[in-house]
Design a protein around this ligand. Structure first.
Ligand code: ADE
Length: 224
Protein backbone atom coordinates (compact mmCIF):
# COMPACT_ATOMS: atom_id res chain seq x y z
CA UNK A 1 0.00 0.00 0.00
CA UNK A 2 1.21 3.50 -0.83
CA UNK A 3 0.46 6.76 0.97
CA UNK A 4 1.27 10.19 -0.45
CA UNK A 5 0.94 12.86 2.21
CA UNK A 6 0.82 16.51 1.17
CA UNK A 7 1.86 18.98 3.86
CA UNK A 8 3.54 22.34 4.52
CA UNK A 9 5.45 20.74 7.42
CA UNK A 10 7.13 17.59 6.06
CA UNK A 11 9.57 17.59 9.01
CA UNK A 12 6.68 16.96 11.39
CA UNK A 13 6.09 13.59 9.71
CA UNK A 14 9.65 12.27 9.75
CA UNK A 15 9.70 10.70 13.19
CA UNK A 16 6.28 8.98 13.30
CA UNK A 17 7.15 6.84 10.28
CA UNK A 18 10.76 6.09 11.26
CA UNK A 19 10.12 3.73 14.17
CA UNK A 20 8.64 0.43 15.20
CA UNK A 21 5.86 -1.12 13.12
CA UNK A 22 5.64 1.65 10.50
CA UNK A 23 9.37 1.51 9.90
CA UNK A 24 9.27 -2.29 9.64
CA UNK A 25 6.33 -2.22 7.21
CA UNK A 26 8.31 0.09 4.92
CA UNK A 27 11.48 -1.99 5.18
CA UNK A 28 9.51 -5.11 4.28
CA UNK A 29 8.12 -3.27 1.23
CA UNK A 30 4.52 -3.69 2.45
CA UNK A 31 3.94 0.05 2.89
CA UNK A 32 5.38 3.05 1.06
CA UNK A 33 4.96 6.46 2.65
CA UNK A 34 5.88 9.51 0.58
CA UNK A 35 5.73 12.98 2.09
CA UNK A 36 5.42 15.96 -0.29
CA UNK A 37 6.17 19.56 0.61
CA UNK A 38 3.25 21.64 -0.62
CA UNK A 39 5.55 24.66 -0.99
CA UNK A 40 7.41 22.86 -3.79
CA UNK A 41 4.18 23.22 -5.82
CA UNK A 42 3.73 26.93 -5.23
CA UNK A 43 4.40 29.19 -8.19
CA UNK A 44 4.57 32.29 -5.96
CA UNK A 45 7.80 34.27 -5.57
CA UNK A 46 7.86 33.53 -1.85
CA UNK A 47 6.56 29.97 -2.19
CA UNK A 48 3.38 31.05 -0.44
CA UNK A 49 0.59 28.49 -0.15
CA UNK A 50 -2.07 30.58 1.61
CA UNK A 51 -3.93 33.84 1.05
CA UNK A 52 -6.56 36.07 2.67
CA UNK A 53 -10.12 34.75 2.74
CA UNK A 54 -12.62 36.20 0.25
CA UNK A 55 -15.29 38.09 2.14
CA UNK A 56 -12.91 39.00 4.94
CA UNK A 57 -12.45 37.43 8.34
CA UNK A 58 -9.52 36.24 10.37
CA UNK A 59 -6.93 33.65 9.38
CA UNK A 60 -5.43 32.60 6.09
CA UNK A 61 -6.85 30.05 3.66
CA UNK A 62 -4.71 27.48 1.85
CA UNK A 63 -4.85 28.06 -1.92
CA UNK A 64 -6.08 25.56 -4.50
CA UNK A 65 -3.19 25.89 -6.99
CA UNK A 66 -0.38 24.13 -5.05
CA UNK A 67 -2.74 21.31 -3.97
CA UNK A 68 -4.04 20.91 -7.51
CA UNK A 69 -0.51 20.84 -8.98
CA UNK A 70 0.70 18.20 -6.49
CA UNK A 71 -2.42 16.00 -6.74
CA UNK A 72 -2.48 16.18 -10.57
CA UNK A 73 1.21 15.21 -10.72
CA UNK A 74 0.60 12.19 -8.48
CA UNK A 75 -2.54 11.18 -10.38
CA UNK A 76 -0.61 11.28 -13.65
CA UNK A 77 1.78 8.68 -12.19
CA UNK A 78 -0.74 6.17 -10.79
CA UNK A 79 -4.40 5.69 -9.93
CA UNK A 80 -5.52 6.62 -6.43
CA UNK A 81 -8.33 4.91 -4.55
CA UNK A 82 -8.98 7.80 -2.19
CA UNK A 83 -7.95 11.41 -1.53
CA UNK A 84 -8.39 11.95 2.20
CA UNK A 85 -8.51 15.37 3.83
CA UNK A 86 -7.76 15.57 7.56
CA UNK A 87 -10.15 18.05 9.17
CA UNK A 88 -11.93 18.39 12.51
CA UNK A 89 -15.27 18.61 10.67
CA UNK A 90 -14.76 15.25 8.95
CA UNK A 91 -16.17 11.84 9.92
CA UNK A 92 -14.49 10.54 13.07
CA UNK A 93 -11.94 7.83 12.34
CA UNK A 94 -12.86 4.41 13.70
CA UNK A 95 -11.66 0.84 13.30
CA UNK A 96 -14.12 0.13 10.49
CA UNK A 97 -12.74 3.00 8.41
CA UNK A 98 -9.17 1.90 9.17
CA UNK A 99 -10.07 -1.65 8.06
CA UNK A 100 -11.52 -0.31 4.80
CA UNK A 101 -8.50 1.90 4.06
CA UNK A 102 -6.13 -1.03 4.71
CA UNK A 103 -7.63 -2.84 1.69
CA UNK A 104 -6.67 -0.04 -0.72
CA UNK A 105 -3.58 0.35 -2.92
CA UNK A 106 -2.88 4.08 -3.22
CA UNK A 107 -4.12 6.85 -0.96
CA UNK A 108 -3.37 10.59 -0.91
CA UNK A 109 -3.72 12.43 2.41
CA UNK A 110 -4.01 16.23 2.52
CA UNK A 111 -3.00 18.09 5.67
CA UNK A 112 -4.67 21.44 6.28
CA UNK A 113 -3.42 24.41 8.27
CA UNK A 114 -4.41 27.96 9.14
CA UNK A 115 -8.12 28.71 8.77
CA UNK A 116 -8.68 25.85 6.34
CA UNK A 117 -8.27 25.04 2.67
CA UNK A 118 -10.10 26.54 -0.28
CA UNK A 119 -13.43 24.70 -0.50
CA UNK A 120 -12.77 23.90 -4.18
CA UNK A 121 -9.96 21.51 -3.18
CA UNK A 122 -12.51 19.61 -1.10
CA UNK A 123 -15.19 19.75 -3.80
CA UNK A 124 -12.94 18.75 -6.71
CA UNK A 125 -10.37 16.35 -5.29
CA UNK A 126 -11.25 15.01 -1.85
CA UNK A 127 -13.13 11.70 -1.64
CA UNK A 128 -13.17 11.35 2.16
CA UNK A 129 -12.86 13.81 5.06
CA UNK A 130 -11.59 12.39 8.34
CA UNK A 131 -11.31 13.76 11.86
CA UNK A 132 -9.44 12.05 14.70
CA UNK A 133 -11.73 13.49 17.36
CA UNK A 134 -13.74 16.46 18.58
CA UNK A 135 -10.86 18.83 19.27
CA UNK A 136 -8.89 21.16 17.03
CA UNK A 137 -5.18 20.62 16.38
CA UNK A 138 -2.88 23.10 14.70
CA UNK A 139 -2.66 21.07 11.51
CA UNK A 140 -3.53 17.79 9.83
CA UNK A 141 -0.04 16.23 10.11
CA UNK A 142 -0.47 14.43 13.44
CA UNK A 143 -3.96 13.25 12.42
CA UNK A 144 -2.48 11.96 9.12
CA UNK A 145 0.19 10.04 11.04
CA UNK A 146 -2.52 8.49 13.19
CA UNK A 147 -4.49 7.36 10.14
CA UNK A 148 -1.38 5.82 8.55
CA UNK A 149 -0.48 4.01 11.78
CA UNK A 150 -4.02 2.69 12.31
CA UNK A 151 -4.17 1.46 8.70
CA UNK A 152 -0.68 0.06 8.05
CA UNK A 153 -0.68 -2.22 11.10
CA UNK A 154 -3.76 -3.95 9.63
CA UNK A 155 -2.11 -4.88 6.33
CA UNK A 156 -1.37 -8.64 6.31
CA UNK A 157 2.30 -9.32 6.99
CA UNK A 158 2.96 -6.12 8.94
CA UNK A 159 2.42 -7.50 12.44
CA UNK A 160 4.48 -10.58 13.19
CA UNK A 161 1.55 -12.21 15.01
CA UNK A 162 -1.29 -11.41 12.64
CA UNK A 163 -3.92 -12.45 15.14
CA UNK A 164 -2.87 -9.67 17.49
CA UNK A 165 -4.48 -7.00 15.31
CA UNK A 166 -7.67 -9.04 15.31
CA UNK A 167 -7.87 -9.19 19.09
CA UNK A 168 -7.35 -5.41 19.48
CA UNK A 169 -9.86 -3.34 21.34
CA UNK A 170 -12.62 -2.24 18.89
CA UNK A 171 -11.80 -4.89 16.28
CA UNK A 172 -14.68 -7.08 17.50
CA UNK A 173 -16.65 -4.20 19.05
CA UNK A 174 -15.32 -5.11 22.52
CA UNK A 175 -12.54 -3.49 24.52
CA UNK A 176 -9.51 -5.62 25.42
CA UNK A 177 -9.33 -7.62 28.65
CA UNK A 178 -6.62 -6.56 31.17
CA UNK A 179 -3.16 -8.04 30.61
CA UNK A 180 -0.37 -8.91 33.07
CA UNK A 181 3.26 -10.04 32.96
CA UNK A 182 5.85 -11.07 35.56
CA UNK A 183 6.15 -10.86 38.52
CA UNK A 184 3.02 -12.77 39.54
CA UNK A 185 3.11 -10.95 42.88
CA UNK A 186 4.28 -7.35 43.08
CA UNK A 187 4.27 -6.03 46.65
CA UNK A 188 1.19 -8.12 47.40
CA UNK A 189 -0.65 -7.11 44.19
CA UNK A 190 -1.29 -10.47 42.59
CA UNK A 191 -2.05 -11.43 38.99
CA UNK A 192 -5.51 -13.09 38.83
CA UNK A 193 -5.07 -16.82 39.64
CA UNK A 194 -6.95 -17.90 36.53
CA UNK A 195 -4.15 -16.54 34.30
CA UNK A 196 -1.62 -18.77 36.10
CA UNK A 197 -3.85 -21.85 35.91
CA UNK A 198 -2.79 -23.08 32.47
CA UNK A 199 -6.48 -23.84 31.77
CA UNK A 200 -6.80 -22.27 28.31
CA UNK A 201 -10.62 -22.54 27.89
CA UNK A 202 -11.14 -21.05 31.36
CA UNK A 203 -8.70 -18.23 30.54
CA UNK A 204 -10.50 -17.50 27.26
CA UNK A 205 -13.84 -17.39 29.12
CA UNK A 206 -12.37 -15.05 31.77
CA UNK A 207 -10.96 -12.76 29.08
CA UNK A 208 -14.29 -12.60 27.30
CA UNK A 209 -16.11 -11.77 30.55
CA UNK A 210 -13.54 -9.10 31.39
CA UNK A 211 -13.91 -7.61 27.87
CA UNK A 212 -17.68 -7.52 28.25
CA UNK A 213 -17.47 -5.92 31.69
CA UNK A 214 -14.96 -3.29 30.59
CA UNK A 215 -17.02 -2.48 27.49
CA UNK A 216 -20.23 -2.21 29.57
CA UNK A 217 -18.49 0.12 32.04
CA UNK A 218 -16.51 2.31 29.64
CA UNK A 219 -18.16 2.14 26.22
CA UNK A 220 -21.76 0.90 26.52
CA UNK A 221 -22.41 2.51 23.12
CA UNK A 222 -20.32 -0.25 21.49
CA UNK A 223 -22.75 -2.92 22.71
CA UNK A 224 -25.83 -1.28 21.19
N1 ADE B 1 -6.89 19.11 11.88
C1 ADE B 1 -7.03 19.86 12.99
N2 ADE B 1 -7.70 19.21 13.93
C2 ADE B 1 -8.02 17.99 13.43
C3 ADE B 1 -8.71 16.86 13.91
N3 ADE B 1 -9.25 16.83 15.13
N4 ADE B 1 -8.82 15.80 13.10
C4 ADE B 1 -8.31 15.82 11.85
N5 ADE B 1 -7.65 16.86 11.34
C5 ADE B 1 -7.49 17.94 12.11
Amino acid sequence: MRFDIITVLPGLLESPFAHSILQRAQKKGIAEIHVHNLRDYSTGKHKNVDDYPYGGGSGMVMMIEPFAACIEKLKAERTYDEVVFMTPDGVTLNQGIANHLSTLQNVIILCGHYKGIDQRVRDLYVTRELSIGDYVLSGGELPAAIVVDAVVRLIPGVLSDETSALSDSFQGDLLDAPVYTRPADWNGHRVPDILLSGNTPAIEKWRFEQSMERTKQRRPDLLE
